[in-house]
Design a binder for this molecule. Structure first.
Ligand SMILES: O=C(O)CCC(=O)C(=O)O
Length: 337
């Protein structure tokens, strides 16, 4: 029910019981390290071999990197975040029309992660949209604010193009043909999560989004420029991914970990909240088509590196992912040979 949303109603003064994590699962914010080592890759560099080696290192050791000079118009990124903010300030009755806690729904405004499964909630509302093909979905997207459909569909087109460029570079960086990954993933679906993390009265007791890996192939995240919140796990330590001017954050999803036979990492990441500022983020997910058969690339397996994962369809994987809660083992563990 729509009254579950955090973005309706007045700001809370105390954290409701249902959001409080047990002591051992809290974010321990003071132990989080700065992001000094998260790679930042300039995509405008002429030297392709340099870009590829940076991507290779980033995907192997971090599973995350930031990109700058990526070609996405700065004005569009600003507009996308502005429309996201406007959306979450719509009157409750508008938002109620879109509310659903059914993860199978392709257009839904929801809260936390999967309230049907979880025992403790996350301090987040989100609008989840299917985005490809645009002509199928735009007519059923929210019609308010008035420029929502136009801004978001323009952003989706740009993000898709950028995502394909990155998939080509990732393929090459693995020693595969440039179009290898694109061919395996088939006619890719594209989903979006527009995340809204309100100010939180007790951020040290809860998460905006608890640790998870992404079930898809590649994620492109547009972050709030002023408010940090994303953290990545590296060597058992949480590292902050600080927003950089006009940068986008890229992370490898579970499908690329499987396809690369574990060379590239789909790493745990989480979003934390803070007490004085709300935060917006926009995650775009490139996903294999449902029937795509994912398995480690032959070229990356053989003597000394046997295939770690069995073949599976994305449909099988995605259903498994959403049937579980986030605080379980890496979903790929269930697809090991
Ligand atoms: O808000 C963020 O920084 C992370 C969002 C995220 O991980 C997601 O939407 O899956």
């Amino acid at each position: 029910m729509a009254d579950q949303l955090l973005s309706t109603g007045p700001p809370r003064r105390t954290l409701p019981e249902s959001y409080i994590r047990p002591e051992s699962q809290r974010p321990r914010l003071t132990a989080v390290e700065s992001d000094a080592n998260i790679p930042v890759i300039d995509l405008s560099t002429d030297d392709l071999s340099q870009i590829m080696s940076q991507i290779r290192d980033a995907c192997q050791y971090y599973g995350f990197f930031q990109i700058v000079n990526h070609g996405m118009p700065t004005g569009l990124m600003v507009e996308m975040k502005a429309i996201a903010r406007e959306f979450f300030s719509l009157p409750p009755e508008e938002k109620a029309k879109l509310y659903s806690d059914d993860p199978a729904k392709k257009i839904r405004l929801s809260t936390s992660f999967n309230i049907r499964k979880e025992t403790v909630r996350n301090w987040r509302d989100y609008l989840r949209l299917h985005c490809y093909p645009l002509e199928d979905f735009v007519p059923v997207w929210p019609s308010k604010p008035p420029s929502f459909r136009e801004v978001v569909s323009t952003y989706c087109r740009e993000v898709r193009q950028l995502g394909f460029r990155l998939l080509g570079l990732i393929s090459l960086s693995l020693g595969l043909e440039e179009d290898y990954i694109e061919k395996v993933l088939g006619e890719q679906e594209q989903h979006m999560a527009i995340n809204y993390y309100p100010q939180c009265p007790e951020p040290e007791l809860t998460y905006g989004l608890q640790a998870h890996t992404d079930p898809n192939a590649l994620t492109i995240l547009l972050q709030d420029q002023k408010v940090a919140g994303l953290q990545v796990l590296k060597d058992d330590k949480w590292i902050r991914v600080d927003p950089r001017p006009n940068a986008l954050v890229i992370n490898i999803g579970d499908q690329l970990q499987a396809l690369s036979n574990g060379r590239y990492k789909s790493v745990w990441h989480r979003a934390v909240v803070n007490s004085d500022k709300e935060r917006i983020s926009v995650a775009s997910f490139l996903c294999p088509c449902n029937g795509a058969v994912i398995s480690p690339a032959m070229k990356l397996t053989g003597e000394g590196s046997p295939a770690i994962y069995r073949s599976f369809t994305y449909d099988e994987y995605y259903k498994k992912f959403w049937s579980r809660n986030l605080d379980q083992e890496h979903c790929l563990e269930l697809f090991k040979r």
